[in-house]
Write a protein that binds this ligand. Structure first.
Ligand SMILES: Nc1nc2c(ncn2[C@@H]2O[C@H](COP(=O)(O)OP(=O)(O)OP(=O)(O)O)[C@@H](O)[C@H]2O)c(=O)[nH]1
Ligand SMILES: [Mg+2]
Length: 361
């Protein structure tokens, strides 16, 4: 395996020595893209050697309606929390690295099956493979929601975790940059943007070239930073929602919440303080909704719920019913919040809403 870390380190060192000004803009764009490319290759080689991404080298399968992963430093109380929330029995102890593998648990809330993964602690340098870093990060990439967790005594470690995740290509609570890249056969790189960009066209072309793109139409629909531009070329970026959790509030009631996001959740996993609020916040962050399928011969009811996501459409229900259903229906009757009147007939491209009752016709 090529020594990517050393190459990355050498370029980073060179950038540290180079003054940043207009005259060195192009050099920086090119080198930062080069680093991103090397990190992608490094990641790909690790995934290959460990046999599969997403579920990761641990060979755990995603199940249920959504997957939540607990990330945090050793001894933050991740396993204690998993045991609170699910039927799992993950080992808890007062020393670091008690958990050495992925321990799955299932939480049932409002009829949704939410899978929760407890994983080994994440330490500084994880992204380069320290501790069980690579495996931990590959599990985290598969999450629908990350619970980024520390305890009252070590709130500063949230920044370390954020940094490690970022370095590993995970973008938390961030939208994918609105840039459209269409590869073409000839004509060089054509750049279209209605919004003035801070990055000049030459830098954009240099970044594209680093990623092996010589001909393309690149359309910007928003103003982006150089990092966001590089992100949009990289195949290994994961955009994942995160919720910050501070544990062990029983130990210290007077810690400062100043630098923490407003929606941070404070708990004591051991004394079960704040757990109900945490569960409700997880549910909200996942944007899950419940819809009810009404068969041809049935009256309206709220039995056999189907868990969907807020941004999905009626047609996204069909694959869950079985392969033969996708051809069969073209319309649906709906009852509930998003129906203009009870039993409104709508096309399958109509949006879902929580509590909606649906009869396909
Ligand atoms: N006071 C207090 N202690 C807690 C709380 N939650 C967990 N602990 C203790 O903290 C220690 C570590 O808990 P674990 O749940 O094993 O932590 P972990 O994050 O899974 O640790 P690793 O598996 O090593 O990464 C244990 O001694 C727990 O009893 C809490 O809310 N309050
Ligand atoms: Mg543990």
């Amino acid at each position: 395996m090529a020594d990517y870390s050393q190459q990355i380190e050498e370029i980073e060192e060179e950038l540290r020595k180079t003054p940043h000004h207009k005259g060195t803009d192009h050099f920086f764009a090119k080198m930062r893209a080069k680093i991103a490319r090397l990190k992608d290759r490094q990641y790909e080689s690790v995934v290959k050697s460990k046999g599969g991404g997403g579920g990761g080298g641990y060979g755990v399968k995603k199940q249920g309606d959504a997957t939540v992963v607990l990330v945090g430093p050793p001894s933050a109380g991740k396993s204690t929390l998993l045991n609170d929330l699910t039927n799992a029995d993950s080992k808890v102890a007062a020393y670091d690295f008690t958990t050495l593998n992925v321990v799955p648990g299932m939480m049932v809330y409002r009829e949704a099956y939410i899978q929760i993964f407890d994983i080994p602690g994440l330490i500084e340098g994880a992204q380069r493979g320290k501790g069980r870093g690579k495996e931990v990060i590959s599990i985290a990439r598969g999450a629908d929601l990350l619970l980024v967790m520390t305890d009252v005594e070590r709130i500063h470690l949230l920044d370390m975790i954020k940094k490690e995740l970022y370095q590993a290509g995970i973008r938390i609570n961030q939208e994918k940059p609105n840039i459209n890249i269409i590869k073409t056969l000839e004509g060089g790189v054509e750049i279209k943007s209605n919004i003035k960009q801070d990055i000049d066209n030459e830098s954009i072309k240099l970044v594209a070239k680093e990623f092996g793109i010589k001909n393309a139409e690149i359309t910007f629909r928003e103003r982006v930073t150089l990092d966001e531009l590089i992100d949009s070329f990289s195949p290994n970026r994961a955009y994942i929602k995160a919720l910050f959790v501070v544990n062990k509030v029983d130990l210290n009631k007077k810690f400062s919440k100043d630098k923490l996001p407003l929606d941070t959740v404070y708990i004591s996993a051991e004394e079960r303080i704040g757990i109900d609020n945490l569960v409700e916040t997880i549910w909200k962050k996942l944007n899950l909704i419940t819809v009810y399928l009404i068969k041809d011969d049935e009256k309206l009811h709220f039995n056999s719920p189907i868990i969907m996501r807020e941004n999905e459409k009626l047609l996204n229900i069909l694959p869950k019913l079985g392969s033969t259903f996708e051809e069969k229906y073209k319309m649906a009757k709906i009852w509930g919040k998003s129906a203009k009147f009870p039993g409104q007939e709508v096309p399958l491209t109509a949006n879902l809403s929580d509590g909606l009752q649906v009869r396909f016709i």
